[in-house]
Design a protein around this ligand. Structure first.
Ligand code: AMP
Length: 474
């Protein structure tokens, strides 16, 4: 081999070489593992399609303000977990021109001057990597006037989300969600039930082990419903405040409902004695909840009621649900969802009913991998043929055969350089091929090709067209 002097000389000294690694909380999804990811995503497309949902692909970053409004400025997600940055201005943006001109003239740019010309500095846009996608779907619904399309709009998405959480098994800083939303003018309980039925059908198709659905109703933000209950909860919590941990004590003031989320062992018996929201729902919310349960039963969907399943934000209402699966330790929630009738309006759109869910795809995959039959779940693999060729004439035939076999959907490995047959067969086995197609100049001259089954070493002879027919039928 000729040594390339430039490369050698330019190569950094050993101590200067830096080994790059994926950033903490992010990871590479590699083959063959990605086959399971593809299988999961293809199954989602297929199942969601049968329920009349259409895929949308929102951008990965949006104005920070969108998430602050939709997810809530005082949630952990928005207050400390978002990847946010100021967008640098376009080269001919008046703000950038102003600053450049001032600097060219040798003048400093005072914040005052800048604000006089452009208003509050704080109005400069910051953007964030999306921590979730419901906000984007609602933004798109408004932006594209989807309320004028047939209602409700049934949309789903899949893709990466970003939250700066402490990484652990099942919790990453870049993770993947598959989610769906139903937006429109109607909040019929059948919609809630159908959305839940769809997720359960999806999990069933994937043979996800140990699936458990929990549901609750958190009523709506009114004095005779959730607001009244929260006031009562707060006063009951005050009475037991001393027995609660620091986090729960803080939440009594900030968001009493979130105390119900506590996983602390010593708080459990205390929480068990607190008033339950189901006893304080208004009549409409009670009726809606009862109907959702009836609808689930009608659809054969098993559920467990969990009165402690809450969402902290005002526009969440009525139905909430969470689905857990096996093999995930403490991070065992694979799906969370709920109704959020006020959200579209909060984002500047028309009054709109909404319900949706988000599945944690990473956790779904972890749980499938723990299950015994996960390998089967990746579906039928196409036959895999290794072409062991030797000789110039054989090579031309091998290239042609590879093209034809691939066109028929068969996986083909065509070695780029000639190999001795022994070596070729060894490599074919190593790669996991089922068949080796043996092509030497003799075979090509005779027009009969040999196919070796690698598992048992048996050989069969074929003409070229018969070979194709044989493999296509596998
Ligand atoms: P959320 O959007 O917080 O309601 O989460 C919905 C689902 O996304 C959860 O049930 C998890 O399965 C998944 N999820 C949320 N945060 C993470 C994370 N940091 N890493 C992996 N999965 C996550």
């Amino acid at each position: 081999m000729i040594e390339d002097k430039r490369v050698t000389e330019a190569a950094p000294k050993k101590e200067q070489r830096r080994k790059f690694q994926a950033i903490r909380g992010t990871r590479d999804l590699l083959p063959p593992g990605t086959a399971l990811w593809n299988h999961v995503e293809e199954t989602a497309h297929a199942v969601f399609g049968t329920f009349g949902f259409g895929e949308m692909r929102p951008p990965i970053f949006e104005p920070t303000e969108l998430f602050a409004r939709a997810v809530g400025g005082d949630t952990d997600i928005v207050s400390k977990e978002m990847y946010s940055f100021a967008e640098s201005p376009e080269p001919n943006d008046p703000k950038a021109v102003f600053v450049k001109k001032a600097l060219d003239l040798g003048l400093g740019v005072e914040v005052d001057d800048f604000e006089k010309a452009f208003g509050e500095l704080s109005s400069l846009a910051t953007i964030s990597l999306r921590p979730e996608a419901t906000a984007s779907v609602c933004r798109a619904y408004i932006e594209h006037n989807m309320q004028q399309l047939p209602q409700p709009q049934k949309l789903y998405y899949m893709g990466p989300m970003f939250r700066r959480e402490r990484p652990q098994k099942g919790r990453y800083r870049q993770f993947y969600q598959i989610g769906a939303e139903v937006l429109g003018g109607v909040d019929a309980p059948a919609i809630d039930a159908e959305v839940i039925e769809m997720v359960m059908t999806f999990f069933d198709k994937l043979k996800l082990p140990g699936v458990q659905l929990e549901i609750n109703s958190i009523g709506h933000a009114a004095d005779n419903c959730r607001r009244g209950y929260v006031a009562l909860l707060k006063s009951e919590l005050e009475k037991v405040k001393d027995k609660l941990g620091a986090d729960s004590q803080r939440r009594i003031e900030a968001n009493p409902l979130r105390v119900l989320d506590s996983k602390l062992e010593h708080e459990q018996p205390i929480i068990a004695t607190l008033p339950k929201i189901a006893d304080h729902l208004c009549d409409d919310c009670k009726t809606h909840y009862a109907a959702v349960k009836r609808e689930l039963e009608l659809r054969g969907v098993f559920y467990k009621e969990n009165w402690r399943l809450v969402r902290g934000l005002d526009y969440y209402m009525r139905t909430t649900f969470e689905i857990t699966a096996q093999g995930l330790g403490s991070q065992n929630a694979v799906c969370g969802g709920g109704r959020y009738d006020g959200l579209v309006e909060l984002l500047g759109g028309p009054p709109t009913k909404g319900i949706g869910f988000a599945i944690g795809e990473d956790r779904l995959i972890l749980s499938l991998q723990e299950a015994k039959d996960a390998a089967l779940a990746t579906g039928n693999q196409p036959p895999f043929v290794y072409i062991a060729w030797m000789g110039a004439n054989a090579y031309a035939a091998a290239v042609r055969a590879a093209k034809n076999l691939r066109a028929a959907g068969i996986r083909v490995e065509l070695p780029p350089v000639e190999q001795k047959f022994g070596k070729a067969l060894e490599r074919a086995s190593k790669l996991g091929a089922q068949y080796a197609l043996i092509l030497g100049d003799n075979e090509v001259a005779e027009g009969t090709w040999t196919l070796k089954t690698l598992a048992d070493g048996t050989q069969q002879k074929f003409t070229e067209p018969h070979l194709l027919d044989f493999l296509k039928k596998l």
